[in-house]
Design a binder for this molecule. Structure first.
Ligand code: GAR
Length: 198
């Protein structure tokens, strides 16, 4: 069985959408894959409760307990690697994981580390994507699922979804519209990635 490990920092709604899709679409039967663990760098992340409610193992690793980014990433990698199986490295999904990862970490999981970013990359990498799209006068915005490479918010695009930017939109209203699309395309992109591996 291939393990999927999901890293979160907050509400975890994308993680929950992936967990639900895995159950509904029987990823275990079709792709030999299951969501094995949810790891958060914040103990208060709401997504941990959602994961627990689904009976998924949760772990917390507080980045503030580490003196450097490298030390945190090394400890995180140790935790993630527990879910590797012989000949079956884990698939690692970033779902609102708000930490910049070191090149060493990214390299270790090359080709099996996936992120979702709330903009139509390559536009608006980084933070405050919705406000920046509104300020720029964009008529559309969206979200991107991509393989993670060493450069922040770059890497081969697996899926994108577009939403309109409506008159009077705030970062919150636009973010909510984008999020509904994220919940559709992230599970779809993961299923497609798993299908290719079968
Ligand atoms: C999502 O919109 C995701 O695209 C974004 O954080 C939100 C997490 O929501 N990720 C980033 O900004 C990464 N740079 P969730 O915790 O409810 O899934």
């Amino acid at each position: 069985m291939k393990n999927i490990v999901i890293l979160i920092s907050g509400s975890g709604t994308n993680m929950a959408a992936i967990v639900k899709a895995a159950q509904r679409e029987r990823w275990a039967d079709h792709y030999g894959a299951r969501v094995a663990a949810v790891i958060s760098n914040k103990a208060e992340a709401k997504g941990l409760q959602l994961a627990n409610a689904e009976g998924i193992v949760t772990e917390v690793i507080d980045h503030k307990a580490y003196t450097s980014r490298e030390a945190f990433d090394a400890a995180l990698a140790q935790l993630v690697d527990r879910y590797d199986r012989p000949g079956q490295p884990a698939l690692v999904l970033l779902a609102g994981f708000m930490r910049i990862l070191t090149p060493g970490f990214v390299q270790r999981y090359a080709g099996r580390l996936v992120n979702i970013h709330p903009s139509l990359l390559p536009a608006f990498s980084g933070l405050h994507t919705h406000q920046r799209a509104i300020d720029a006068g964009c008529k559309v915005a969206g979200t991107t699922v991509h393989l993670v490479t060493a450069e922040l918010d770059h890497g081969p695009i697996l899926a994108q979804a577009v939403v309109p930017v409506l008159p009077g939109d705030t970062a919150d209203t636009l973010s909510a519209r984008v999020l509904t699309q994220e919940h559709l395309i992230y599970p779809q992109a993961v299923a497609q990635w798993l299908r290719k591996k079968v």
